[in-house]
Write a protein that binds this ligand. Structure first.
Ligand code: B16
Ligand code: MG
Length: 218
């Protein structure tokens, strides 16, 4: 049987934690008297915590000390963790379970490829950790998406060549990272935002079993 490497981003693909990141960043930005739009928030998706804060400070034209920077990152993460501590399996996005079950039934290697340092905590909360053959997250990389590092490490851990890997991503930076890794990129979200992906679906309910079989066999 053909084996492909299936790599899933976490936030915005498996669970809707993107909304919790948004809430936590919004709260922090408000304290700094900075406002940012939903459109600007798209630029924070898939981007590391450090890079996200740098962007928000740049939008507000603010310079702060290294000490303040570290304190703000800690405070954002504390808020974020309080949101995700309430998460349950019912927050797994529609049809993610069906796709994972089918890939497991077809014996396809599956990895997580997330920028988040909280990825393992979230997978535990929604009881999905055992579905993954490999987990690569923000603790394992030195270069953030759009750098392909996270996905290349995932491919290595699955023992599958990058060109035989398929990445599911909801962020522009993540789609760019998958393309740079020479993998098939599947955008989950809006075609307008994720136009650089090889395929774009609104969510997993639009991905048929037949399409998955084609990905496995081609
Ligand atoms: P943390 P993903 C990314 O996760 C999020 O999209 C991004 O908004 C967040 O800043 C980043 O993780 C870091 O997360 O603060 O939990 O380490 O989409 O790559 O799964
Ligand atoms: Mg994401």
């Amino acid at each position: 049987m053909n084996k492909k490497g299936f790599i899933f981003d976490l936030d915005g693909v498996i669970v809707d934690t993107a909304k919790y990141h948004f809430l936590a960043w919004k709260k922090l930005a408000k304290r700094l008297d900075i406002d940012f739009t939903e459109e600007e928030n798209e630029q924070l998706k898939g981007v590391s915590r450090v890079k996200s804060l740098e962007k928000i400070l740049a939008w507000g034209n603010k310079t702060i000390s290294q000490e303040q920077f570290t304190a703000l990152m800690t405070s954002k993460n504390t808020d974020y963790l309080s949101y995700i501590s309430e998460m349950h399996e019912n927050e797994i996005l529609p049809d993610v379970q069906r796709i994972l079950d089918m890939l497991i039934a077809k014996k396809q290697p599956i990895s997580l490829g997330s920028a988040s340092k909280n990825a393992r905590t979230i997978l535990d909360r929604v009881n999905l950790r055992s579905h993954f053959n490999a987990i690569v997250d923000g603790n394992d990389v030195s270069k953030a998406k759009p750098d392909p590092e996270v996905f290349l490490i995932a491919a290595k851990q699955l023992f599958i060549k990058p060109e035989n890997c398929i990445v599911f991503e909801d962020s522009v930076a993540g789609v760019q990272a998958a393309n740079a890794a020479n993998m098939i990129s599947i955008g989950i979200g809006s075609k307008t935002v994720l136009g650089e992906a090889n395929y774009v679906f609104k969510d997993f309910t639009e991905i048929s079993d037949e399409f998955l079989k084609t990905l496995i066999n081609n």
